[in-house]
Design a protein around this ligand. Structure first.
Ligand SMILES: [Zn+2]
Ligand SMILES: [Zn+2]
Length: 332
């Protein structure tokens, strides 16, 4: 089968991805093989290719927003049948035994395995997933728009919960890409007032089209103080900007696996009055199940741009340069 691998991490223009021929993977106990129908392109893939995230394995295949069909069952795998449509997410496995797993916070597991970082992901014809960590996908959701829900969507949903906005409260969203445009739909459907701050005409137009209460440039102050905010842009310089925009007691949730350096905070203007700054780390399977149910019920739809699997490097470059709005999806 064909698979893209991260050869040597390098700036996206230097071509860090290489396409190779590999043996068809064989599922082990409790695992299934998934023939990839399509795979979303997440910013984490870009961080991995460019070396912002240290490689955990050489020649790993990126991709953790996989929609595909089960094509082989490992020993003891019984949750899915051959031919079933499943989603393969970022959280590939947890140990189930550490202090965090035991208290239901498997997103903080001390020994996790991530798809497309520790084990090969979906920029390929097929990949392997632990059946307990795969998702059944609701019918009525097409393959391509379902892909970004599997990381961008689930993670955006967790970030929204971490921002801790009360019912009918005011939410700020900084940066408006794959995750943001999905969590904005949930927030609006739940009756929050949503203020989007982002660069890029395309992103601003998408935010307006989805019904954001206000849309502005990345550093423009929102028209009202925020109960909570999510920083999706990997831009540390926006942390003080967003902290200043919070009301007393407000929370900023930083949603990204990588962030550029955060400048010093002005204590009085940006942290005092019990403003809170926190990060968002991965997700639990419960977050995923909840989000996919909600997404089906509320009609959350990903705005996608399709690329043939052969054009994975182009899709990553276009993500790096902000050349599309919404989420890119590679199709086989
Ligand atoms: Zn991701
Ligand atoms: Zn654990």
């Amino acid at each position: 089968m064909r698979a893209w691998v991260v050869d040597a991490p390098a700036p996206v223009d230097a071509g860090p991805l290489r396409r190779v021929e590999r043996e068809q993977p064989v599922p082990g106990p409790g695992q299934v093989r998934v023939d990839v129908v399509c795979c979303g392109v997440c910013r984490t893939d870009l961080h991995l290719a460019e070396g912002d995230l240290p490689p955990r394995r050489s020649l790993v295949t990126p991709g953790h927003e996989v929609v595909g069909r089960v094509s082989a069952l490992g020993a003891g795998a019984a949750r899915f049948a051959v031919g079933d449509r499943v989603g393969v997410p970022w959280l590939g496995r947890t140990d189930g035994t550490c202090r965090f797993c035991r208290r239901g916070e498997e997103n903080l597991c001390t020994d996790p395995v991530f798809t497309g970082w520790d084990v090969d992901g979906g920029y390929a014809d097929a990949c392997i997933v632990e059946e307990a960590f795969a998702y059944a996908l609701p019918d009525g959701l097409d393959d391509e728009p379902a892909a970004p829900l599997l990381c961008a969507g689930i993670f955006g949903y967790r970030a929204l919960r971490c921002a801790d906005v009360p019912p009918a409260g005011r939410l700020g969203i900084y940066g408006f890409g794959g995750s943001a445009h999905l969590s904005a739909q949930i927030a609006l459907a739940q009756g929050l007032r949503v203020h989007v701050r982002t660069r890029g005409d395309g992103n601003q137009a998408l935010a307006a089209a989805l019904g954001a209460d206000s849309v502005g440039g990345a550093t423009d102050p929102p028209p009202e103080p925020l109960d909570g905010a999510i920083l999706f842009a990997p831009a540390g310089e926006l942390v003080p900007v967003a902290m200043r925009a919070l009301d007393r007691g407000g929370t900023l949730a930083v949603a990204g696996i990588w962030l550029s350096a955060i400048p010093g905070l002005d204590y009085a203007a940006e942290l005092f009055d019990e403003r809170r700054l926190r990060s968002v780390t991965a997700n639990t399977r419960r977050d995923g199940e909840e989000f996919l149910r909600l997404a089906g019920r509320l009609g959350v739809r990903a705005t996608t741009v399709a690329y043939p699997m052969a054009q994975a490097p182009q899709a990553l470059a276009d993500l790096a340069y902000g050349r599309f709005s919404g989420a890119a999806v590679l199709t086989n």
